[in-house]
Write a protein that binds this ligand. Sequence first.
Ligand SMILES: C[S@@+](CC[C@H](N)C(=O)[O-])C[C@H]1O[C@@H](n2cnc3c(N)ncnc32)[C@H](O)[C@@H]1O
Length: 251
Amino acid sequence: MNPSGGLFWHWHAWRHQAQWADTCDDIALWLREMPASPSSPAASSKSDELLILGASAGWMMSSDWLQGFARVTTFDVDRWAAPLFRLRHGAALRASGTTLHCHTADALTQLDTVLQAHPRALVLLDNVLGQLRFHTPSVDEASARIARIAKHLHGRRWGSVHDAFSGRTLRKPGAGLPAMQRSLQPARMPEGRAPARAVALGRFSRQLQAQGDWLDHLTDQVFPTGTPVHHMAWAYRPGYCHWLQAGWVAA
Ligand SMILES: C[S@@+](CC[C@H](N)C(=O)[O-])C[C@H]1O[C@@H](n2cnc3c(N)ncnc32)[C@H](O)[C@@H]1O
């Protein structure tokens, strides 16, 4: 059983497309801020290659953005991800002359091999880092694993959109979501992450009318200090919201 993907995720994402549209618009705005490829000539209309890790069927991104690449390569452990990604985006990518390769494989335990096979690609961790606490036996191991992944990406052009927190909310289904917010990734606090984390949690969760304790997805140290970070609300299902963070890191 895949705790963050699989048939349940596809069914849930398909069913909530209308309710998630505002969040997908926020993600689309952020995606367009990706760092430029140094190798693409200025006159070229296409970027080189995009490597998406945890792509699933690309439920929360538009074909339109993907069409801006010459090649798109996806990885997901879920066996339904590749056929559904092709179903959702394949025709548009064929129309734009974008080559698509979808792999069913664990991209994170073999991250070095995957990165070496795609040395110039822009790397997108697509809502996967915040799920690792469900794929890893302990919270400490999950935190260490996330830190290792971020370290492996050093020197690459990469970005990630991931859960920061999630939990119950008093927000009524259909009520407007708080607008996307921006901040810079703060420096690590010498006394540990708790104080900065508590302030951050208060800032956005009040606007989402958070109820009870929210789940920390252990992603507070993903980005290097000073990275511009976007904060987005995601009404995952009635009565339950996620707070997403997204950022790009230039090589
Ligand atoms: C929340 S879903 C991502 C959604 C996807 N980005 C979308 O918009 O449809 C998280 C995905 O990460 C995948 N995943 C988890 N661990 C992975 C790994 N080690 N390598 C590749 N994919 C992984 C899961 O199978 C799942 O499809």
